[in-house]
Design a protein around this ligand. Sequence first.
Ligand SMILES: Cc1cc2nc3c(=O)[nH]c(=O)nc-3n(C[C@H](O)[C@H](O)[C@H](O)COP(=O)(O)O)c2cc1C
Length: 184
Amino acid sequence: MKLEKKDSRRAVRKKGGSMKEMEYLNAAGEAMRKIRKGAFLTVRAADAQNTMTIGWAMLGVIWQKPVLMVAVRNTRHTFGLMEKAPDFTVTVPSGDMSRETAFCGTKSGRDLDKFAMCPLKTAKGRHVASPIIQTPGMHFECKKMYQSAMNPAHLDSGLDQAIYPKKDYHTLYFGEILACYETE
Ligand SMILES: Cc1cc2nc3c(=O)[nH]c(=O)nc-3n(C[C@H](O)[C@H](O)[C@H](O)COP(=O)(O)O)c2cc1C
């Protein structure tokens, strides 16, 4: 998806396809509401790939780029892949995938192949090496552009106690949104 201004209000349905390009800011409200209930963060690094459930994200503009930021605790298997990969995708299901998000949000790719066990199909990313989860919903393809490991010294102490009793802080990954589209 080109994110130039002239395209910003158009949603293009591709002929013969079930993919609808979306302008990321138009998608933002619905995407953020749904991500809170569980979305898939999928990443591929070399030959390894994994997906995990996320509930937190931010979508907006920074450095003149459309950005989706995800937060991954350093204890996650996904964290190791995120460190190596150049990109990631986020799939926000439109239907009920609570069984799958519960599975991918409690099991680790360290121990099992979630794609096989869940099971979940993937589809190739259009602009990134990481695949998307092949399910009806919104898909964001993102190129890593910045990352920042949380510094607890700069964190509100109440939040530190409430969210990080085990001191397993998040790393924040800012991804430039290269494509944003909906599938049926
Ligand atoms: C609804 C839901 C939302 C979650 N959101 C996040 C999140 O935003 N960041 C995170 O690091 N873990 C989050 N988790 C936990 C991970 O998905 C979970 O630890 C998962 O098993 C990690 O998988 P991995 O070890 O294969 O990376 C969430 C779990 C659930 C159920």
